[in-house]
Structures are given as C-alpha cells and as structure tokens.
Design a protein around this ligand. Structure first.
Ligand SMILES: *Cc1c(COP(=O)(O)O)cnc(C)c1O
Length: 245
C-alpha cells in the first residue's frame, strides 16, 4: 500500500465515523441529516489531505490562519482543479489580511467588528474588479460566548448592529452566526445562547439562517441546539502537532 492509499483508508474510516455521529445527532434531535453541513477544518494538515477528503466526497474546507491557507488553497487547486471546493476562513482575521483572504475565501465565518466589515468589503470590491473572484463574500458574525477567552467574536449585543453594517455593503452576504463554545462551561448552555441570538437575527435578516457551531468534541450538543454547520478537524484528520506562530 502506498503512503497515499494508507492515508486515504484512514481518512475514509474517520469520515465514516464522523458521519455516523452526525447522523445519530440529527436523529436524536429529530432533524433531517441534510440539515447539517460537515465542514472539514484542515489547518496544520497538507493540501494532499484536503485532496483525499475531496476524493471522499467532501466539498467544504476551513482554515484558521490566512498565511497558511493561501498557499494551501493554491496547491489544492493544482491537485484537484475540478473539485469545486468551497473555502471558509474560521480564524481571527486582521484587517491587513483582508485583501489576501478576498482572493481565496468563499466564506469568512469570523467577522466580529465594523472595521473588519469595512476592510473586507473594500478588499472584495478590489478582488472583483481585478477578476480575482467572481462572487460576493459570504460572511457569518462570530459571537463570543465566553467573556474570558480571547478567541475573537463580538459581544452578543453587537450582533444586530454588525449585521446591519454587513447588509449595507454590496460585496458581503450575511449568512448567519458562528461561535466556539467555551471549554469552561457546559457547551449546551453556550449553544443555547447562540441559538437564541440566531433566532433574533433571523427575524430581521431571514437570509441569515446558518448557525456554525460544534467541533470534534461537542458536535452532538451543537446539533441538538440547531447547528447547521459543524466544523470538524481532529475527529477527521487526527491530532494536530503544535505549530509555532
Ligand atoms: C480548529 C478549529 C475547529 C476544529 O476543531 P477540532 O476540535 O479539531 O474539531 C473548529 N473551529 C475553529 C474556529 C477552529 O479554529
């Protein structure tokens, strides 16, 4: 067996396990399995792994560092030019990276400030004019459900004003909310809060129905609380080695 074949078999097995968990979580919540999208978080793993996951049928991939994502997306496009993959940025994004992210991202899930909205809309406008992208950028508002953690995200009370700012641009399309559950408390409490915020948002912005919530360790709880997209890294790809910043 070649190295590639071994890795493909390994990924096929973990994908099947994750799909079983998702199916069971949807069944337990009385929701159809198609309700929840599986987003593979490929950070720290090579483009070759993304190509193998694409071969296994996955089409949505996420990265959390712009510098790492840019060359990986380019390499993936060379490995699988016809995959039609969609790339999500899920990590904290500095405004000076907006220009670059606008070239490769289909979705930015970590929008958390009016200044970032402004930077992204300008960057997308430039990228559209330069022919570096053909579509508006889909965005989610990241909500911070844990005052203590510095993982990014706006306060719950800032979601609606930020949504307003996003929808006044013509380059960004508001799709919903994203959050990372704090490790300190029960994730169910956090996901319930997020679901209430999402319901409120949807009242004013019906097109913003996505809830990106749940990772390898807490996807069942997220699905029980209405998640429409789980972001799974470790359970699919294995443990990440620590990388220096
Ligand atoms: C790394 C990461 C994930 C995936 O986490 P796992 O526990 O490996 O599944 C999900 N969301 C964000 C924002 C991440 O940075």
């Amino acid at each position: 067996m070649s190295e590639d074949d071994r890795r493909r078999a390994e990924l096929a097995e973990s994908l099947s396990e994750v799909r079983q968990r998702l199916d069971a979580a949807c069944a337990a919540a009385g929701r159809p399995a198609e309700d929840v999208e599986l987003l593979a978080v490929t950070k720290t793993f090579p483009a070759r792994d993304v190509a193998l996951l694409a071969d296994l049928g996955l089409t949505s991939f996420a990265e959390n560092r712009e510098q790492e994502a840019r060359p990986k997306v380019a390499e993936f496009d060379e490995l699988r030019p016809d995959a039609g993959a969609r790339w999500h940025m899920v990590g904290q994004l500095q405004r000076n990276k907006a220009r670059s992210v606008a070239r490769w991202a289909d979705v930015v899930e970590s929008v958390d400030s009016p200044r970032l909205v402004e930077a992204l809309s300008g960057a997308v406008r430039n990228a559209l004019e330069a022919g570096e992208r053909t579509r508006p950028l889909e965005v989610l508002v990241q909500v911070n459900l844990d005052e203590a953690a510095g993982r990014g995200g706006c306060a719950p009370g800032e979601v609606l004003p930020l949504a307003e700012a996003i929808t006044t641009t013509s380059e960004l399309r508001l799709r919903g909310v994203m959050a990372v559950a704090p490790q300190s408390t029960q994730s169910g409490v956090a996901f319930n809060t997020l679901s209430l915020i999402a319901t409120q948002l949807r009242r004013d912005f019906p097109e913003a129905g996505e809830i990106s919530a749940g990772m390898s360790g807490d996807l069942e709880s997220a699905v029980a609380h209405g998640s429409t997209r789980v972001r799974v890294g470790t359970a699919l790809l294995g443990g990440r080695r620590l990388i220096s910043p």
